[in-house]
Ligand binder design. Structure first.
Ligand code: FNR
Length: 189
């Protein structure tokens, strides 16, 4: 089967982030044909200021191009006040601007989240899915991987060791495969 190119973005820039640990576990647990590349240039992305369209700031243009060619976008988000952090909202808003190549139009997107509280960031996923669907993304998963009490599942080295979340992630890759595998891939508009 042809390789499935997944671009993964974490919504946290915090050192010791629970969500970055989750993202790396998702990367490690992705078997063939998935190939997960982590995008980590948050510091290069300016705030969205309402100046829409081209020319995009260089790093924004590069990110838009990279997302456009990815088969799947994986967003791993913290929850801040029952929504997503500003850093991730800026990224989504830059990607959502309706100028060619329209990176989110028809784009299959997977969502995951981690939080120290019991709900694991489901409210953030709800907001994120809503914003993504508004601009025509195809949200494949929500709430499938929302790791509650995440600090108990992640060791001091930032490794997700919890058996249950690891099993949920592996299951999610298996569930997504037929949705994005050969012949079923969404074609961006
Ligand atoms: C939080 N946190 C939080 N957690 C949650 O489950 N629901 C929430 O509404 C909030 N709200 C919130 C607001 C603000 C301003 C902060 C700083 C934090 C806790 C949050 O989930 C926790 O700090 C995570 O560890 C953040 O994710 P990373 O950075 O560890 O990936």
């Amino acid at each position: 089967m042809e390789m499935i190119d997944v671009l993964a973005i974490c919504g946290s820039v915090r050192e010791g982030s629970l969500n970055r640990a989750l993202l790396h576990a998702a990367q490690d647990l992705a078997d063939d044909p998935f190939r997960v590349e982590v995008w980590d240039d948050h510091s290069l992305i300016p705030r969205v200021d309402g100046t829409r369209g081209r020319p995009f700031p260089e790093a924004v243009g590069a990110l838009r191009d990279r997302v456009s060619v990815a088969d799947v976008l994986l967003l791993v988000t913290p929850e801040f006040n029952r929504s997503i952090p500003g850093v991730l909202k800026d990224i989504v808003d830059w990607l959502a601007i309706l100028a060619p190549p329209r990176p989110l139009a028809g784009k299959p997107v997977m969502l995951m989240s981690a939080s120290p509280n019991r709900f694991g960031g489901v409210f953030a996923q709800l907001h994120l899915a809503d914003a993504l669907r508004r601009v025509g993304a195809e949200v494949l998963t929500d709430f499938d991987v929302a790791v509650g009490f995440a600090h108990r599942h992640i060791d001091d080295g930032g490794i997700l060791v919890g058996e249950e979340p690891r099993r949920d992630i592996a299951q999610l890759w298996r569930r997504v495969l037929p949705l994005v595998g050969e012949g079923k891939r969404a074609v961006p508009a």
